[in-house]
Design a protein around this ligand. Structure first.
Ligand SMILES: [Mg+2]
Length: 215
């Protein structure tokens, strides 16, 4: 069982902390979700940076109501959490960064999927502690930030999560990262982010420079 208390207890406080989201940062979530929706008779039509309102029932051509979307996403995690493919370059970049950073994956999967997600990420080369979270991530980042004497970086695709961390854990370096090129083209840098980077090799260089500059 990996809990927030367990992770903060084992972190090396003398190394900077890198907290990364999984879906659309380490994992090609939307692409895989899209394939799953088709098997359920629904189609994702990406016309804006959100799922809600962009999922259509293929039979009726009607927008799926929010309750149906919630049910489909729950089904997706239950059925597919083990098989979401990795974002290119992510595993290599994090492996290189692990020389300098303590790395934690903070992901909004249902808590009963946490162990499966951790095992799936490990298979893909991401052998880092995985914390499941519900709702905003700011409070969890605040707790993690308090466990290091060095700087903390947070990487996520969703602007509200970057805003949450800006509010709860000020001083955290905030990276807006959107892996899917279609989604990336639909959204500008989040207002709270310090930088927008959508490719792991570039993010690796950015974070190496950051670690060197804050020694
Ligand atoms: Mg995400």
């Amino acid at each position: 069982m990996t809990s927030l208390a367990h992770v903060t207890a084992v972190l090396n406080p003398d190394r900077p902390l890198l907290i990364v989201d999984a879906d659309e940062v380490l994992l090609r979530f939307v692409e895989h979700l899209e394939t799953f929706f088709l098997t359920e008779g629904f189609e994702l039509r990406l016309t804006s940076f959100q799922l809600s309102g962009n999922i259509y029932c293929m039979q009726s051509n009607e927008v799926a109501p929010p309750a149906k979307v919630k049910q489909l996403i729950g089904l997706f995690f239950a059925n597919c959490v083990d098989t979401v493919p990795a974002v290119p370059g992510a595993a290599d970049a994090l492996k290189n960064l692990s020389d300098r950073y303590e790395i934690i994956v903070l992901t909004n999967v249902p808590h009963d999927c946490r162990a499966r997600r951790e095992a799936a990420l490990r298979e893909l080369g991401f052998a880092y502690p995985v914390l499941s979270n519900a709702g905003e991530k700011g409070p969890a980042v605040k707790t993690l930030q308090a466990a290091t004497t060095r700087h903390t970086t947070f990487v996520d695709d969703l602007p509200p999560q970057l805003a949450s961390v800006a509010s709860h854990a000020p001083g955290t370096h905030l990276v807006h990262f959107v892996a899917d090129p279609r989604l990336a083209a639909m959204i500008d840098q989040a207002p709270d982010a310090h930088v927008r980077i959508d490719h792991w090799p570039s993010l690796q260089v950015h974070l190496e420079n950051l670690a060197a500059a804050t020694k």
